[in-house]
Design a protein around this ligand. Structure first.
Ligand SMILES: Cc1ncc(COP(=O)(O)O)c(C=O)c1O
Length: 396
């Protein structure tokens, strides 16, 4: 058989952790008690019924099945502009400053392929969403981790960064509310980010999919004066509209940059199914009660996840936004990988080891709220019967 060498750009890139782990879980499921997956942040609840109705109604029309505009449907871009105005007090021109995406994950790759050349440096949060690193590597750029620390509220230390040579840094990934730690931004913090990017001529790419989850004050980096000069923002319907599988996201920023990214993206795909775009527009105009209802559910689940973490002897900060709790593993365990495997094999409950988000995540685990309460109760029962020594829990 012929072997075909992988392209160099793939050599530093592994298959995505969850893609591998889900295969292992599938295998375990075939050999006994079903694994309870508290790993992935894929909302289990459906979108609003009006969103489904719009999709079904529009899909029944005969004239909506052709290729769509590369820039996205006007109705969707207008809905995104109205959403940004209503929730973030940010004005965006729907004609030129918005690009609908198939989820924000593809946007991370598009931005990287649009702006990065071999040798360019990218500031990547550690811990942080692994796709920032993978996308930079696919673009042949050099990742430079910036360390986030619990005692600094998981915010970047701009003073320490300013003391380093930043001359080759072209792009910085930022993500608040932060995944996996749940850390929240403040307006003052966003202002500091923009000032830093302006000072060093760095393109700031803010990834903002969690602003509505367990957070009363959704914020956009683009609300900072002058942000559009140096920043792009990604947003997504995956988490806040329960539409992860629909693949709808958006890129917002200055017209020139949207055109830059479109130059790459329009060579990759040929637009999104129109009924899906119209249903997404509907989702973006949902009232505050939609988010309040969602958050009530997540708050009840969070109580149960906290009880589970108590049982595991983990420590966590109760003030976290997003779909997860980020928790420190008990003393005595070498890292979250070993801890997560012990929990998986003894109880068939899967929790995410923090190390997949970077070195700084090693002593942590991340638990998701994307399971119904009875499933969380069952997970707690299983963990109660776990036979590992559990030190006393302390909340941070
Ligand atoms: C921080 C962060 N950014 C982006 C994404 C990808 O979201 P989307 O479904 O919009 O591609 C995720 C998904 O888990 C995420 O956690």
């Amino acid at each position: 058989m012929n072997t075909f060498a992988l392209a160099r750009r793939l050599q530093g890139t592994e298959e995505y952790y969850f893609s591998k782990k889900l295969r292992e879980i599938e295998h375990l499921n075939q050999t006994g008690v079903q694994v309870i997956n508290l790993g992935i942040g894929s909302p289990d609840l459906p979108p609003h019924p009006d969103v489904i109705t719009t999709l079904a109604k529009e899909a029944a029309r005969p004239d909506v099945h052709g290729y769509q505009s590369y820039r996205g449907a006007k109705a969707l871009r207008e809905a995104i502009a109205a959403f940004y105005r209503q929730w973030y007090q940010v004005e965006l021109n729907p004609e030129s400053e918005i690009l609908p995406l198939m989820g924000s994950k593809e946007g991370i790759v598009h931005i990287s392929m649009t702006y990065l050349d071999e040798g360019d440096e990218v500031l990547v949060p550690d811990p942080g969403y692994p796709t920032y690193r993978a996308a930079s590597q696919l673009a042949d750029a050099v990742c430079r981790n910036y360390t986030l620390r619990e005692d600094q509220g998981w915010l970047p230390d701009f003073e320490s960064l300013s003391r380093q040579d930043l001359s080759k840094v072209k792009l910085m990934w930022l993500n608040y509310p932060h995944m996996p730690t749940g850390a929240l931004p403040t307006q003052e913090f966003f202002e500091r980010c923009v000032a830093f990017a302006r000072r060093y001529g760095i393109l700031l790419c803010h990834d903002n999919p969690y602003s509505f989850i367990l957070n009363d004050q959704p914020m956009s980096l683009l609300s900072v004066d002058g942000a559009k000069e140096v920043a792009l923002e990604l947003n997504s319907l995956s988490k806040s509209a329960n539409m992860a599988g629909w693949r709808v996201g958006m890129l917002c920023g200055k017209a020139d940059r949207i055109n830059d990214v479109l130059r790459f993206k329009s060579n990759m795909d040929s637009g999104m199914f129109l009924p899906l775009q119209l249903a997404a527009a509907q989702a973006l105009s949902l009232p505050a009660s939609w988010y309040a209802g969602l958050n009530e559910t997540y708050k009840r689940r969070r109580e149960k996840v906290w009880a589970l973490l108590d049982q595991l002897g983990c420590a966590w900060n109760p003030r976290q936004a997003g779909l997860f709790v980020w928790a420190r593993i008990p003393a005595g365990w070498s890292d979250g990988f070993v801890f997560s495997d012990a929990v998986l094999h003894q109880t068939r409950v899967f929790i995410t080891p923090g190390g997949i988000f970077g070195q700084q995540g090693l002593p942590y685990v991340r638990l998701s709220f994307c399971q119904p309460e009875p499933v969380l109760d069952e997970a707690l029962q299983r963990i109660r019967h776990m036979h590992i020594p559990i030190p006393e829990n302390t909340r941070i």
